[in-house]
Design a protein. Structure first.
Length: 112
């Protein structure tokens, strides 16, 4: 019984610690660009994966363009990561992906 209690308390502390490590917080739905900001957070993850693929020498994986902004923006970010040798770390790839997405989507970032 004590082990279960300790495991539960430990899980709660771990969950709180992991939550503190996240750089970007939740986006308030009252922000006009909230959906675009969330999308750009996902593009950041795609940029990170593109960087890993580039570093491993894997070919560029693009999404089939369907006319939407989402696939267009994601493909632009992936292409630029493969083209730019200045993007030399995961952190730079994430920042580049997020910034490019916000620029192409025309979002205004909320104050942090």
């Amino acid at each position: 019984m004590k082990k279960l209690l300790i495991a539960t308390i430990g899980a709660l502390f771990l969950q709180a610690a992991w939550g503190q490590g996240a750089k970007s917080g939740k986006v308030d739905d009252s922000v006009p660009d909230a959906e675009k900001i969330r999308f750009c957070e996902r593009v950041r993850d795609q940029a990170q994966q593109a960087f890993y693929n580039r570093e491993r020498g894997n070919p560029m994986k693009l999404y089939a363009e369907d006319g939407s902004n989402g696939t267009r923006v994601t493909n632009v970010v992936i292409r630029r990561i493969y083209q730019e040798p200045q993007i030399s770390s995961v952190r730079k790839a994430e920042e580049f992906g997020r910034a490019t997405c916000h620029e192409l989507m025309g979002t205004k970032l909320p104050p942090e």
